[in-house]
Design a protein around this ligand. Structure first.
Ligand code: ZN
Length: 683
């Protein structure tokens, strides 16, 4: 399962919630170690934008903390990922690679006028296709529309002596041909109406469904992931699978993948990691589904080490029937800074519990912090690139998750890139004054990270039920999840204004806490409404808890002038007049929400979540939509990867690996096609 930014903008909380393992808390206090010193304030996060896309870059922090052997491992794993890049293109649509080759040949060899509108439109079209690994939009699934004429395209073809068949011309210029990548409406024919290249042209939905139903064994407690690595086709009228494996479908690319994985296996950090890699190699060599499960079990158990990866035919969203996995690779490095922060919190978990404003009977006598993993991405490919998730929870097979566990990660440096990229004016538009803007720019990033860490490590871990009270899923029912998320948020909000965090070395000063208070209310009362259509109510648990927490605090603070709403030129702003008093209100609400949870008070939960977190003021909502629409911020982000460049000695042994960054999206895409174009036709 992956978590995209559109599902949970602004918080990493969701994917880690409830999935952490318990760790004993040490009694002595610890200070946060010094941060990695490679923070480069000049790094350019946003590269360019086109159509509805903006292209960002992410950094790999603390690269020098890795040993050379670990750096080599990262390098081989990223190479293994990129080696399979073309697989995703072909899985997405049967003509994608052909079209890419044609367009790239024109792009790199055309010497005519590149200032005319037609050329700009051609370039945008190619960039859109690069972004989505094919001709269909990565999110909407609809075919991209060229904004240049067929006649102009024909002149480009002849000027560059590029061949293009009439069939491909139809695909590009006739909007009706293969218009949608994945059909989700059953009545229209899931397989028949999907352009995705996972079924032969003559295979019907009914046939495919019957085929997989016939493979399932009733009562099987360890069912194989049937179809995860194969295209279903008809040969001589009979259904058969073309398996993705060395010597099979996509064999040329998978051979290269295996070549790099074998190198990675030799520099693995520990035996379990090496064993998992051997299983993955065997899976690509044989296509055997039991081996895929064995790999996932080994992988889920390999939790030691600083390096991890996702590699394989993983997510099934691109298959209208949900069987076939899309090729993807993500290489991950432990986020050392986040780990250090969490360690400090874990070691002080008891302090946070003892000093919490909740009632004494609701406090845990012995509280244990919860661990969750934050990683930094070192390279992505296939389904995970250029459009990336911000969190992943795998493996997908339910029986493996239950029996052998799963791993849940947030991609920290991806989130950093989103936070550090120019916000397109959102902050300037919605912040109350210059002071708030400056504070957000200076401390917003660390405030957000501390909030998330406290939410996860001490928030969910805090508090206890009264004796004889059932878990909140039974007592608070449909409100259990929003109340729990709000409770964890309130713990974080309460302590982000505690001088103790400064004392522990987790933050510089209380300005961090103020930035978090500003941002929380700005988002909870205004900004997050832009994700709803006019007339909609707030449903999603996290959005909802941010609304009821913010609105409750605002309402209670009105009388004492703690927080005020100001309207200037028809625009609403939130102004916090007294941060210390706001903290007192945060404490009061935390105490009440803990009481609701500990005693299972359904009526009070409903009053909070419905009364403060559901309804949207139509006038404010419209205002927020108008204000954000005007900024015209591209809806989707794509990412360029850093380029890892090894230095070798005379004997060809790697002595150092440098992290470099490319400046142009086109440069990276063309480099990938050239170096990893193992399945694309040469033009
Ligand atoms: Zn949570």
């Amino acid at each position: 399962m992956k978590f995209s930014r559109y599902v949970i903008i602004g918080s990493l909380a969701l994917m880690a919630c409830g999935s952490g393992e318990q760790q004993p808390a040490a009694t002595q206090e610890a200070k946060a170690p010094a941060a990695c010193v490679d923070n480069d304030s000049t790094f350019k996060y946003e590269v360019e934008s086109f159509a509805d896309i903006r292209i960002l870059r992410y950094r790999i922090p603390c690269w020098d903390r890795l040993t050379l052997k670990q750096q080599e491992l990262v390098y081989y794993l990223t190479q293994a990922g990129l080696a399979g890049r073309d697989i995703m293109w072909d899985q997405n649509y049967k003509h994608n690679l052909e079209i890419r080759s044609i367009l790239e040949k024109i792009y790199t060899t055309y010497s005519g006028d590149k200032t005319v509108a037609d050329w700009v439109a051609f370039e945008t079209y190619l960039k859109q296709i690069w972004m989505s690994n094919g001709i269909h939009h990565h999110y909407s699934n609809l075919k991209h529309t060229p904004k240049f004429s067929k006649a102009y395209f024909t002149t480009l073809l002849s000027a560059t002596t590029t061949e293009c068949s009439p069939e491909i011309m139809e695909v590009i210029f006739n909007p009706k041909v293969d218009a949608r990548k994945v059909e989700k409406v059953a009545a229209k024919g899931l397989v028949e109406n999907s352009a995705v290249n996972m079924y032969g042209d003559d295979v019907t939905t009914k046939e495919a469904q019957e085929y997989y139903a016939s493979l399932a064994k009733p009562g099987d407690r360890a069912p194989l992931s049937y179809g995860i690595n194969a295209k279903l086709v008809k040969k001589d009228g009979k259904l058969t699978e073309e398996v993705y494996k060395v010597g099979g479908l996509y064999g040329t690319a998978l051979e290269k993948v295996v070549y790099w994985l074998e190198k990675a296996e030799k520099v693995a950090e520990n035996d379990q990691q090496a064993a998992a890699l051997r299983k993955l190699i065997k899976f690509y060599q044989t296509g055997d589904l039991r081996t895929w499960d064995d790999f996932n079990i080994q992988w889920a158990g390999a939790t030691e080490g600083d390096i991890d990866y996702i590699h394989g035919f993983v997510e099934v969203y691109n298959d209208p029937l949900g069987n076939r996995g899309s090729y993807e690779a993500i290489v991950q490095i432990n986020d050392f800074e986040a780990s250090d922060r969490m360690k400090v919190m874990m070691q002080n978990a008891q302090y946070f519990e003892d000093n919490s404003p909740i009632m004494p009977q609701h406090k845990k006598k012995e509280v244990k912090g919860i661990t969750y993993r934050v990683v930094n991405v070192a390279g992505e490919a296939g389904d995970a690139s250029p459009s990336t998730p911000i969190g992943v929870n795998l493996p997908n097979a339910q029986w493996i998750r239950t029996t052998h566990g799963s791993k849940s990660v947030s991609l920290g440096n991806i989130e950093d890139a989103y936070n550090n990229a120019p916000g397109g004016g959102m902050l300037e538009e919605f912040a109350n004054d210059a002071e708030e803007i400056e504070r957000a720019k200076k401390y917003g990033n660390i405030a957000g990270k501390l909030h998330t860490a406290m939410h996860e490590v001490i928030g969910h871990a805090s508090g206890q039920l009264e004796e004889g009270v059932a878990p909140s899923s039974q007592t608070l029912k449909e409100f259990a999840s929003t109340i729990e998320e709000g409770r964890a948020d309130l713990v974080a909000l309460y302590y982000v204004m505690d001088p103790k965090l400064v004392e522990l070395g987790l933050m510089e000063n209380l300005e961090v806490g103020k930035a978090e208070y500003d941002g929380y209310l700005r988002n909870g009362m205004l900004v997050q409404l832009r994700r709803l259509k006019l007339g909609e109510e707030i449903e999603e648990a996290h959005m909802r808890n941010r609304a009821w927490v913010s609105n409750w605090i605002y309402e209670k603070g009105l009388a004492e002038n703690v927080i005020v709403k100001e309207v200037r030129d028809g625009k609403t702003f939130i102004d916090i007049k007294d941060y210390d008093k706001m903290r007192v209100l945060v404490g009061e609400l935390l105490k009440e929400v803990q009481r609701i949870t500990s005693s299972g008070d359904y009526a009070a939960a409903k009053a909070l979540a419905d009364g403060y977190g559901k309804k949207v003021d139509a006038k404010i909502h419209k205002e927020v939509l108008d204000r954000s629409d005007k900024l015209n911020i591209p809806a989707y982000g794509g990412f360029m990867n850093p380029v890892l460049v090894p230095e070798m000695d005379a004997a060809g042994k790697i002595t150092k690996i440098n992290v470099t960054y490319q400046d142009k999206f086109a440069d990276q895409m063309l480099m990938y096609s050239k170096e990893y174009g193992f399945l694309a036709p040469k033009k």
